[in-house]
Design a protein. Structure first.
Lengths: 392, 366
């Protein structure tokens, strides 16, 4: 509310999923850990610990390939609810220093601590304190960037990974920043980088020095924002509430392709169960349900339906999804992948109607409660057990 | 067609007719008002094919005839005339309006393009008091849905029998049921789902008249009301009205009787801070009720009332407007709130239970 020197801290959790697993299973500490399911499920790597990264394992790499590169690694299924729980706990921790906490993603957050100086000390000290607390309370490592704005704070964190605290000031814009490759700037993607390289602009310093008209000849209107990036200028404020997602989805690939109606239904139930728990966890309700079906020939189709009203109910979304699946003529083909996407999300208070089966609501609430207390696998629909469907 | 008419009376009737005019129809003629002059009377009709309105004015008819005038423009012209009397003449596809030294000519439609008007025959009508009808509708009508995606919920289930009038409406968030004793009425009980839009017009006209009788006739597919010298015809809604008795829980775990006026005042006050769909939170604990509201980025409010509550404390959320509608419907000095749990409907009722109002809660985040 009062003008003060801006102070932004960007926090990036190091190898977040893998670190959460190592933190709760001490025997995994120091060992390569790969989170992202199993080879037989044809899944990809969600996160690799630094020990596994040393072997060349990267995010989004097929698990089979990761296993070849790092056979000694421990491969674990993704336990999203556990990571989400830690994410929320971390947001609470950050909230002790400032009200202005923006969750950027599950493993990143931005804090505006300009108003916290008097109470908590200078920004660099706050960053150090947060790093200590995150380790003490959760056994997790994180990297922090301290700077006058979001752009530079993220860059400062990027430059200090892992487990570091980086500080960038206005002065660094004309110093340290100049030697960095243009690709390090958040906002310069592979395509832009390629085009800048073609113009002979490889470092941030070069981008700073190049006359605007020269840049405009190649980039048009995008030239000015590029120059702003090069000088580390960003006016984007810290927004305490995460931007509302437009949709949420969940999908699963079968171990072996199937056309078995019971197996398909069980998979849909498991998907709806997981997806709706996540939706409820974020306090949303959804109006539109879309079904994605990919067959053995990799032919993919999508069908969607709009509900009379937004819902939080697992059963309602499951019923909508099975209705959509029933209307799909598979012929002799088998299903390789099924996915459910919910969109038309509305947040906040949920007005119940007479049509809401209150027993469904109470059931969802009870299941969410059991999971919050005993973990994601503590309880699940019996139908998904009978068919041994798992989303790991 | 040629007639002369008192300007104020004509304007008054035209503004009633305007509610039946359809400006967005595929049929342009429905944006007009049909004028028929014969036997010393001017009769005016408008319709949107669901709702039709007729009005009648005793007037000096010089030449009988009929024409359809553009509703909005004709009304504005008549309204803006300076003289107390207006003359209207029709011929050659034009309608002329003359008053004092002013002359207007408006393009018009031929009367044969207008939908048939024979539906105003009231030979089987019966009479009932305006006051009980308006009172019942006032308590129930607001619970009817305005959302056309479920047409059945845009209707009010009206039951009229010897000695009683009953109306039921629900928009799936709340249910309102009101039973009122009636003098007269039909010998055999009749029941129909009447669109709330038509009922609101009847309510408006009835409230303006105050006391007296209205006449009602319900046939297989339409309801016809006569209020003073205005008739309202509406298509009935076809289908099965929700079984509202099934929605009413057999029993409740908590019943709290409160001073109605005080509860209503507190609810209205605290609702000021329940903006942007924020719920009104009712917190019950031993001997008291705390009503709270929080609107993010705006502020919060809370107020405590003494309440005869005992047992495990609990909190339930409601849309403030829904709760206010319910409390306003209760007659008498006290209102009773009944609950089962925060996921099941709450009941608002008065001492005699002739008015029952059920509201679904807003789910509160824990």
């Amino acid at each position: 509310m009062f003008a003060s020197t801006p102070a932004i801290i960007h926090i990036d959790m190091d190898a977040f999923f893998a670190s959460v697993e190592q933190a709760r299973r001490p025997e995994l500490r120091g060992r390569p850990v790969v989170v992202g399911g199993r080879v037989e499920r044809r899944s990809v790597v969600a996160t690799a610990s630094y020990e596994a990264r040393a072997c060349g394992v990267r995010t989004a790499m097929p698990v089979a390939q990761a296993r070849r590169l790092c056979p000694q690694a421990v491969f674990l299924p993704t336990d999203m609810s556990a990571y989400t729980a830690v994410h929320h706990a971390l947001l609470e921790l950050f909230g002790r220093f400032t009200d202005l906490v923006e969750p950027v993603s599950i493993d990143e957050a931005v804090l505006d601590v300009a108003g916290s100086r008097r109470l908590c000390g200078p920004p660099r000290a706050i960053a150090g304190r947060i790093q200590e607390l995150v380790y003490d309370e959760h056994g997790l490592a994180c990297t922090l960037g301290v700077a006058p704005n979001k752009l530079l704070a993220k860059l400062a964190a990027d430059l200090s990974k892992p487990a570091g605290v980086g500080v960038l000031s206005e002065a660094d814009v004309h110093g340290r920043l100049r030697a960095l490759p243009v690709g390090r700037l958040h906002g310069v993607g592979p395509v832009t980088q390629e085009r800048l390289h073609a113009l002979g602009l490889t470092t941030v310093g070069m981008l700073q020095d190049v006359p605007l008209p020269f840049l405009a000849a190649a980039f048009g209107r995008a030239a000015r924002p590029l120059k702003q990036l090069a000088f580390g200028r960003s006016l984007s404020p810290v927004r305490p509430i995460a931007a509302a997602p437009s949709s949420m989805s969940h999908e699963t690939t079968f171990v072996t392709d199937t056309a078995e109606p019971l197996a398909l239904r069980a998979a849909l139930l498991a998907l709806a169960d997981e997806l709706m728990a996540r939706l409820r966890g974020r306090r949303y309700a959804a109006r539109t349900v879309a079904l994605k079906v990919r067959d053995s020939t990799f032919h993919t189709l999508e069908r969607h339906t709009t509900l009379p009203r937004a819902t939080t109910s697992t059963r309602v979304v499951y019923a909508a999804a099975t209705g959509l699946l029933d209307a799909v003529d598979l012929g002799p083909r088998r299903v390789r992948l099924l996915g459910i996407t919910v969109s038309g999300l509305v947040s906040g208070a949920c007005q119940l109607t007479f049509d809401d089966g209150w027993k469904d609501l109470a059931l969802d609430e009870a299941v969410d409660g059991v999971r919050a207390r005993y973990g994601r696998h503590a309880i699940r629909p019996a139908a998904t057990c009978a068919n041994r469907v798992s989303l790991c | 067609m040629r007639f002369a008419c008192d300007r104020t009376t004509l304007v008054e009737k035209l503004s009633i007719l305007a509610r039946g005019v359809s400006t967005r129809s595929a049929l342009p003629v429905l944006s007009g008002i049909l004028l028929q002059a014969r036997d010393g009377r001017l009769e005016l009709y408008s319709t949107d094919m669901e709702l039709s309105i007729k009005a009648s004015i005793a007037t000096n008819v010089e030449t009988e005839g009929e024409a359809v005038v553009p509703a909005r423009l004709f009304t504005d012209v008549v309204k803006n005339m300076a003289a107390d009397e207006v003359r209207v003449e029709a011929g050659d596809g034009l309608v002329r309006i003359l008053a004092g030294k002013a002359t207007f000519s408006l393009n018009s439609w031929v009367a044969s393009d207008f939908p048939p008007t024979s539906s105003f025959d009231m030979s089987d009508a019966f009479a009932l008091g305006i006051a009980p009808f308006v009172e019942t509708l006032d308590k129930v009508g607001r619970a009817a849905s305005r959302d056309e995606t479920r047409p059945i919920l845009t209707g009010v289930l009206v039951t009229i029998g010897a000695g009683k009038l009953k109306m039921v409406a629900t928009d799936s968030y709340r249910l309102s049921v009101k039973e009122t004793p009636l003098e007269g009425g039909p010998a055999e009980e009749i029941q129909a789902i009447v669109p709330v839009k038509a009922l609101s017009e009847v309510q408006r006209l009835g409230a303006a008249l105050g006391d007296g009788q209205l006449r009602l006739q319900i046939t297989e597919n339409q309801a016809l009301f006569a209020v003073g010298d205005v008739w309202i015809a509406t298509r009935l809604i076809d289908g099965q009205f929700p079984n509202y008795r099934q929605l009413l829980p057999d029993s409740f775990d908590h019943a709290v009787e409160l001073d109605r006026a005080e509860l209503l005042a507190v609810t209205r006050r605290i609702s000021l801070l329940a903006q942007k769909n924020a719920p009104l939170r009712l917190q019950f604990s031993e001997g008291k009720l705390t009503i709270r509201a929080v609107t993010q980025d705006v502020g919060q409010a809370e107020e405590e009332l003494d309440a005869p509550f005992s047992g495990e404390p609990f909190e339930i959320g409601f849309n403030p407007l829904f709760l206010i509608d319910g409390l306003e419907g209760v007659a008498g000095d006290s209102a009773t709130l009944k609950f089962i749990n925060p996921l099941r409907p709450g009941l608002v009722t008065g001492a005699d239970e002739s008015f029952v109002y059920l509201i679904m809660p807003i789910r509160l985040s824990s």
